[in-house]
Design a binder for this molecule. Structure first.
Ligand code: ATP
Ligand code: MG
Length: 244
């Protein structure tokens, strides 16, 4: 794992082929893996939107009590890492409406400030041995549209190797290769692609997707099985190239 230019902290930046593809699950699994090795882990997410979806009171069904149904990303990440960071230290910008951060910020009369993000991420990194940063949406999602500051720009500024979360099924080769190409075009290192959730009994398509992404993307591909998301203690370690 490479190091941010001016710090000794190691870490990864978890991006994905889009929204709802498993970035939080992969980031949480990595955070847990590193924490279980006895290292302190900090987590970071530049912006969280859709908090309105979590605000509802009342009885929670068994289904809703699972992982993400009632818990925003920054809480899931923090728990997996065993971190004591405060909400604003994990996610400096938090909005209610479920939409792109640049739009949610605009509706709140704000713009997302790249410098504030960089400072907050470095502060989080300084407090731990390892930083797990989760992006927002896909790799070219805007944190700010004007001035233009994409998830990719933050990843470049932090200088962390990328982990790309992707679905195992149909359509994933194109999305994953596009993401890898966008990363390399900016000079970023793609450490690994993680296909999630990997089925217990993968079929021809899944196995082929794994091999094809590995070959055409010239990248390492790992898989993450279906996790009991409400029981982090039961998760298997997710091997990362640099952590082997
Ligand atoms: N390995 C897995 N085990 C269990 N559930 C999974 C796994 N991978 C993905 N999922 C499911 O897929 C859904 C999306 O995952 P996740 O929330 O991690 O996506 P995301 O890319 O972080 O989304 P967002 O763009 O909102 O941040 C979740 O509901 C999660 O339950
Ligand atoms: Mg997420």
């Amino acid at each position: 794992v490479s190091e941010p230019a001016d710090r000794g902290t190691r870490g990864v930046f978890v991006t994905g082929t889009g929204t709802e593809v498993g970035k939080t699950v992969v980031a949480a699994a990595i955070a847990r893996t590193v924490a279980n090795e006895g290292r302190s882990v900090a987590v970071f997410k530049p912006a969280v939107t859709g908090l309105d979806d979590f605000a509802a009171d009342g009885p929670i069904s068994a289904d809703e009590a699972r992982f993400s149904a009632r818990r925003p990303d920054h809480h899931v990440l923090r728990e997996a890492a065993g971190s004591a960071q405060r909400d604003e230290e994990v996610a400096p910008y938090r909005y209610g409406p479920p939409m792109s951060p640049h739009l949610a910020a605009a509706l709140a009369g704000e713009t997302i400030d790249p410098e504030r993000l960089r400072d907050a991420a470095r502060l989080a990194a300084d407090g731990a041995d390892f930083l797990v940063c989760e992006g927002v949406g896909g790799f070219l999602a805007p944190l700010s549209a004007s001035p233009r500051y994409l998830v990719r720009d933050l990843a470049a500024d932090l200088g962390l190797p990328l982990v790309v979360a992707a679905s195992p099924g149909l359509g994933t080769i194109n999305h994953t290769l596009l993401t890898i190409e966008a990363a390399r075009a900016a000079g970023l290192d793609v450490a690994v692609v993680v296909l999630t959730p990997w089925p217990d009994d993968p079929g021809r398509i899944e196995e082929s997707n794994r091999e094809t992404i590995e070959a055409l993307g010239e990248v390492r591909v790992e898989t993450l099985p279906w996790l009991a998301l409400d029981r982090p203690g039961s998760w298997p370690a997710l091997p990362l190239p640099q952590l082997d």
